[in-house]
Write a protein that binds this ligand. Sequence first.
Ligand SMILES: *Cc1c(COP(=O)(O)O)cnc(C)c1O
Length: 400
Amino acid sequence: MKTQDYIRLEEDFGAHNYHPLDVVLSRGEGVWVFDVEGNKYLDCLSAYSAVNQGHVHPKILQTLIEQAGKITLTSRAFRNDQLPLLYRQLSEITGYEMSLPMNSGAEAVETALKLARKWAYQVKGVQKYLAEIIVCDGNFHGRTISIVTFSSEDLYKDDFGPFTPGFKSVPYGDAAAMEAAVTPNTAAILVEPIQGEGGVLMPPDGYLKELRQIADRHNVLLIFDEIQTGLGRTGKLFAQEHEGVRGDMTIIGKALSGGFYPVSAVLADKELMGLFTPGEHGSTFGGNPLGAAIASTALKVLVEEKLIENSAELGEYFIEQLAEIPSPHVKEVRGRGLLIGVELKESAGGARRFCEALQERGILCKETHQTVIRFAPPLVINKETLDWALPHIREVLNMA
Ligand SMILES: *Cc1c(COP(=O)(O)O)cnc(C)c1O
């Protein structure tokens, strides 16, 4: 079957909830992916940062095969011999005392929201059910009904109401607006350290630190959604570390499994996480031994192969080189580590045609918010590969 045959099948039988580039991938290896016609591409999306460790990392693959041959799912009705090891490892690597495993990122966000509300009622003393959670305009936290409730993107919400009460949204990067929105009923602030889906939007320097102070001043929890920015993507384990702050909860997902399996988690200290008691929350697949084993190796790879350091070093180089490209279309190059956005001018005619032109030259990128090209290759990328890609990017950014 050829590319067009797969596309026709997909269009005929699948829901049309995505608008993918017309490339049908059948194999991946490290930073490279291959389509059904045998073409090779540099993956500059990394499945929205889920394959930070590179495609089909051999060590993670080995773990998957070995663990799949032993036991894959016990449910949490019984214990398994993989989850406790992941718990300990997460604590050692992140410094949080405890974690709660889920599968998708959205589920982990929901978990954090539930825990924040529970804390508000049980610890802060907010009257039932008045707890409020403050988020930021332009956020992306997932696709459940409660989460799209506080999205500012009409496309994500239109026709999906009625929505969930208890959320407020303020402009991203505006600490004064955040503080003004806090009331005695505020349970938590939920924020991305960099808004990835929002267009690789970086808040002003000091913003995260100010949020930490606001949260402390008003007895409010600070929750960082690091599902995209975490696990090395921005050149630190967590993007919040760039400002030396620590959330009361940090949410991770995506690269936690190196792209092999949906694994997410909420991280928090005992005092907070301990509020959950048996039966109050759960997931059939959450914490399953296959996912736990995979996540454990995915974390090990991140550390052992110094992918966080590589992200910092090559990210700086990539941003520098991109910023030096003379182009009539580029408005701004921004980012941190290997999470990079090239924002195009209004006159450029949208980012999609640039992504299509990059595809023709063997580089896969996805536009975000119509005008931003995101460059987020797997963290295993090397300088040689970037030096191969840069002339192509230069050409494309200078097309008519
Ligand atoms: C991808 C993402 C999510 C949602 O994760 P899913 O696994 O798609 O549910 C939540 N928050 C952020 C910041 C993300 O990038």
